[in-house]
Ligand binder design. Structure first.
Ligand SMILES: [Ca+2]
Ligand SMILES: [Ca+2]
Length: 307
């Protein structure tokens, strides 16, 4: 038989005559078979492994491995590939299907589409045709309503995809193709663009379909991967050589100068020896040399260089 479904569990076909029984169904997404015939004491059940309830068309074939032997195992093949083999049991062939009055129910509890269904080589009629040439025939009983064609539920009609996502009908199941910046089954989640940790030296702020890096001190660039050259902003004075560091710089001064920017004389000037403050300013010796603190009313750095 050919089938297309997303049903996890279903009964596809059920044939019976007296105590003889053949059931083909889907159990946990895979093909499941039960055979009970007069010649067997207990029924034979076995199950395949292939996931057939995936919304795609599949061709399922159930047959005896060797129909000439009475104890032959049964085989489930899906799309031409052996999926499962039963234990060896004396089920005999399913000759009861040839009996007049054998009943066959198809798609009793099944949501999906069935293509051609054949039993022992005989097609089931989806439209009753009493003029079929072969002597063995199945006939429709009653007036079953058969929907021709294969259509699925209108899964996209409710607009399940959010935030501009595009809905795809995947046969009784929808899929969403999300707009940039969104993810999730229904595009309900704002993608975290920071998850890949794009900011090399800095913290990341997530936006819609974008991110922003806030850089650690000393770093710049969209991804905070550029070491700022602090020497550009802080040139060394008096011909000092600037060496860039992390969020800092160092001036290598000529021998007569010192200080962070080589702005001071070296050796440091000393109060009274080298410096005397004008206008009664108070002189103090500092790390980089003498400093004048001015009296009220005076300002400036002017001092008398005594050297
Ligand atoms: Ca985002
Ligand atoms: Ca730097």
């Amino acid at each position: 038989m050919e089938l297309r479904t997303r049903s996890e569990n279903a009964v596809l076909l059920r044939a019976s005559w007296g105590s003889n029984l053949l059931v083909v169904g889907i159990l946990d997404f895979s093909v499941w078979v039960e055979i009970q015939s007069d010649s067997s004491i207990k029924s034979l059940t076995f199950k395949g492994n292939r996931h057939v309830a995936d919304g795609r068309w599949h061709r399922v074939n159930i047959s005896m491995a060797d129909w000439k032997r009475k104890t032959s195992p049964w085989v489930i093949a899906v799309d031409g590939i052996t999926d499962a083999t039963s234990k060896q049991e004396r089920t005999g062939s399913l000759s009861f299907l040839n009996k007049k009055g054998a009943m066959l129910a198809v798609g009793d509890s099944f949501i999906g589409c069935l293509g051609a269904v054949r039993l022992g080589g005989i097609y089931l009629p989806f439209a009753d045709d009493h003029k079929a040439p072969q002597p063995s025939q199945f006939h429709l009983v009653g007036k079953p309503k058969i929907h021709l064609g294969c259509s699925s539920a209108p899964v996209c009609d409710s607009g399940p995809c959010l935030n501009g996502g595009r809905c795809e009908d995947l046969f009784n199941k929808f899929g969403c193709v999300c707009d940039t910046g969104w993810e999730g089954e229904q595009c309900e989640t704002d993608t975290d663009e920071c998850v890949s940790q794009p900011c090399v030296y800095g913290s990341c702020k997530d936006y819609l379909a974008a991110f922003e890096c806030r850089c650690d001190p000393g770093y710049a660039g969209t991804l905070c991967d550029e070491d700022i050259d602090e020497c550009v902003l802080h040139p060394c004075e008096h011909g000092g050589t600037c060496q860039d560091g992390l969020n800092m710089y160092t001036c290598v001064c000529p021998k007569d100068y010192s200080g962070p920017n080589c702005q001071w004389d070296y050796p440091p000037l000393q109060c009274n020896t080298d410096v005397q403050c004008a206008n009664d300013g108070v002189c103090r010796d500092g790390l980089w040399g003498a400093n004048c603190t001015c009296m009220p009313g005076f300002t400036g750095t002017r001092y008398n260089d005594l050297s």
